[in-house]
Design a protein around this ligand. Structure first.
Ligand SMILES: *Cc1c(COP(=O)(O)O)cnc(C)c1O
Length: 371
């Protein structure tokens, strides 16, 4: 790619209209955020230069943490350099040998890796299956942590958060929600899936968010009670042993959060695009998934067909990547279409027209199979 991240991409010098980034609000190339970064640079300098605990913790990082805590309605927040690092660090700090961590089967790879790193016993439950989880929890003694994506990254559906919170409370387990794809998009003023579900800090004590998706910059955070962030400062090795992100990026991220909070119009436009895509692609006979989020996968099944469809779209100037195992289960290859508030209604029409032309590549699902 060359040029900024936006729907009109330049790939190997060729223009392509992209429907596969996680820049759900079009803030990755927002003029206001870029200006905030530029203005911060002379004051903060460029590099992070050291880890937070040595001398890298700049007041801009501190202000971002306070901003993130307020945004998610939590008592405190701790900033990490990436979501991958946040999950690795938080999970391995919260559970260890002799403990049990329960993880949804479709959780993000960084959660799985965090569980493995922790050396706790990992028990995976079928996707969204709260009843089974409840039984597993009831039959397990000791320290228990349940971890889930808020919005599942490859399916776009939202976790049954209220049910998970109830079961965790009843079974004495700590609930961790990774809202990488909900933050900025769902909930009042884009505060995420946890606030959309109306869940307090007591009900979801550990809330993880990432800043490289809808927020449009880079980094991640964990938000929750003071005891949690204080503990993680001492225990999360991916927080301790890494260089602080350039502080100017923290300033730009605060600017981006201001935008997200103060303007509902981009989310309304995005929701309209989502509704139009679902009715349009559904009418063409494509198999969609139960998602209300900007992640709108078209389920294909076999890798070969998914790739053929992706290539047919590319030939028409559209970039939609085929997602195959091991990112998704075997036999569930798909086209992961993602929508952004930066897409125009016309651009969505282009996508639907291209999907219509390529429809013959995907076999008709027999009526009986749909029953
Ligand atoms: C993208 C993603 C991450 C990783 O975040 P980065 O900041 O990109 O490292 C973590 N969890 C989920 C659910 C994600 O989708």
């Amino acid at each position: 790619m060359s040029g900024p991240q936006q729907p009109e991409l330049t790939a190997d010098g060729k223009p392509l209209l992209s429907f596969c980034s996680n820049d759900y609000l079009g803030l990755a190339n927002d003029a206001g955020n870029i200006e905030a970064l530029k203005q911060a640079l002379p004051e903060t300098g460029l590099g992070g230069a050291a880890s937070h605990l040595v001398c890298g913790h700049h007041e801009a990082h501190h202000q971002l943490e306070e901003r993130l805590a307020a945004f998610t309605r939590r008592s405190s927040a701790l900033f990490f350099s990436t979501g991958y690092m946040a999950n690795m660090g938080v999970i391995s700090a919260l559970v260890g040998r002799g403990d049990t961590v329960f993880s949804d089967k479709l959780n993000h790879a960084s959660i799985v890796d965090g569980c493995i790193l922790s050396r706790a016993r990992m028990r995976r439950y079928a996707h969204g299956d709260v009843a089974t989880l409840e039984t597993m929890l009831a039959n397990t003694d000791g320290h228990k942590v349940v971890v889930t994506d808020g919005v599942f990254s490859m399916d776009g559906d939202v976790a049954p958060l209220r049910e998970l919170a109830r079961v965790c409370r009843e079974q004495g387990a700590l609930l961790v929600v990774d809202d990488a794809h909900g933050l900025g998009v769902l909930g009042p003023q884009g505060r995420g899936s946890v606030l959309e579900a109306g869940l307090s800090e007591e009900e979801v004590p550990v809330l993880i968010g990432t800043l490289g998706k809808a927020v449009g910059t880079s980094g991640a955070f964990v938000a929750g009670p003071e005891w949690l962030t204080e503990y993680l400062v001492q225990k999360a090795r991916t927080y301790i042993y890494t260089t602080a992100m350039p502080p100017a990026l923290a300033v730009a991220t605060c600017a981006s959060l201001d935008r997200i909070e103060s303007d509902d119009a981009p989310r309304e436009h995005l929701n309209q695009l989502i509704a139009d895509f679902r009715s349009g692609a559904g009418r063409l006979g494509y198999e969609l998934m139960p998602s209300k989020t900007p992640i709108q996968p078209i389920m294909i099944g076999d890798n070969h067909t998914a790739l053929a469809l992706s290539r047919a779209l590319e030939a028409q100037g559209l970039l939609v990547t085929a997602i195959r195992p091991p990112t998704v289960p075997v036999g569930q290859a798909r086209l992961r279409v993602t929508l952004s508030a930066a897409h125009t209604t016309d651009q969505l029409k282009q996508l639907l027209a291209a999907l219509s032309k390529a429809r013959h590549l995907v076999e008709e699902t027999p009526e009986e199979a749909l029953q």
